[in-house]
Design a protein around this ligand. Sequence first.
Ligand code: HGA
Length: 606
Amino acid sequence: MCGIVGYIGGQNAAPILLEGLTRLEYRGYDSAGIAVLGAKNAQVHRVVGRVRNLAAALPKRLTGKVGIGHTRWATHGPASEANAHPHTSEDGRICVVHNGIIDNADALRAQLADAGVTLASETDTEVLAHLIARSGADTLEDAVVEAVSRITGTYAIAVTDTAHPDRLVIARNGSPLIIGVGEREMFVASDLAALVRHTSQVAHLDDGEFATVFATGYRTFTVDESDTTKPATEIDIAAEDLDLGGYPHYMAKEIQEQPESVERIIRGRLDDRFGVARLDGLNLTPRELRGFSRVKILGCGSAYYAGQVGATMIEELARIPADAEAASEFRYRNPIIEADTLYIAVSQSGETIDTAFAVEEIKRKGGRVVGLVNVVGSTIARACDGGVYLHAGPEIAVASTKALTNMAIGFALIALALGRVRDLSNADGQRIIDALRAMPGQIKSILDEGPRIAEHAKEFATANSLFFVGRVRGYPVAREGAQKFKEISYRHAEAYQTSELKHGPLALIDAALPTVAIVPADELTDRNLAAVQQIKARGGAVLAVTHEDVDFGELDVPRIVVPKTEPELDPILLTIPLQLLAYHAALSLGYDIDKPRNLAKSVTVE
Ligand code: HGA
């Protein structure tokens, strides 16, 4: 959350900052601002709302070759011009943009106020500008080091100083920050999206690291080491991967990309000879894989539900106890970390702060943790002992689709690896491999049903409240379906285990509360059909997401039929129509699908 950009070089900074902010807008979009260093002072412009509002509000001639910019997702103080970043010192000399939360901001604000400083915003960030300006240190770098030594919490910051217009000083602790290296120009950003048009050479700051960035180079350092030498590495993202490519929304594009993104995650990883997945990146020998007696999966939001899908797959295929837990709760309950448990952290961005903290907690206690992450080189990917990259390609829409599908497939691969060093036979391994290979084509056939699903979505979009129900393998599918629906259509949608309906929620069923029921052809079909019957008997409308073979008999229920795969993998395909259902519901309601209210992608604050 919150997007940071910075530029220093030979070009006019403002257009580069604006373009970068537009690319980072999915990280936060309640307000935006830039500061550009002019001949004598910093020119600061901030607006409430989108980057396009900022672009419209800028003066025609805004010249300066050094600047910083920010797109905000508020944590301290509402979205207002005064709270938008950059924040400045009283004399306007220091400008700061910040991603993160300063935990002791109240105390520092009080101290600054007592010292006679007039605070201009309600944010935590503003204290940094004043602390840096008032530090009295000899260099800007020392002033930044001193200021951050007084704060507790998380930050990625970029700082300009009109007294040192030849540099940006940046620092990171808990929130991502990267440096892009150009030809006599340098860029700073929260993530690659803002840089790929300018450079493919990137250096990642680590927690506790600072950098001075000049037009011609940079120096990274920590409090203890004056030079931590961080060479830039080549990144592999094509700029056009970040464009809409003719689609009306990123979410539509990303849903449609799934056949190819699934091809990418399985490419080179399926071993037909031994019916196993080759996952060298896990850094686990067969003996180590064999030594785990439990699996614990940690993720947040939809990644947590993908983790539930994964836990069931691992239990079914590898027969090891496995469960998923919300990473956001994990470290707060003093978890017991066991040496024979394999911990798996799941995150699209690899920057999800709650998941990153969970990884830290596991490592601190000596546990073995691997990542299932999309963004190469991200914080979680680097912190883990190994992992499986999702290769879903850049995901821009706040509501995740293709990355989630690849998470579930990633779990199938891990389940194969764990299963084949245990009792899963070569033939069973091959059965899963064949099913994974068929999946891109099957997904394509579901996507072809889009127009029909759109018709159902329009009907459901008018309901104030909906249930999504499924059981065992189908329950995380229902949870993800409800989550997606509420995220972008702002309808109340709740997921239940189908089996739990009669224990309470059935009381709510009437003609105004429709239910989306996950009814796969499996050992629970009859039980699921009985529940559908009970809903219908109480006047509730039902839409079934189901397989061809399921016989609904006399039950008059509209159906979305998905192709059957192996039972363990059914949840992957059953989820796809629910993405389309949510998308088309939001579309018919006219909402901003890619940037739902109150949310942002890449949750980098607690
Ligand atoms: N605490 C700062 C920055 C918020 C942030 O990083 N959000 O992702 C503020 O509220 O402005």
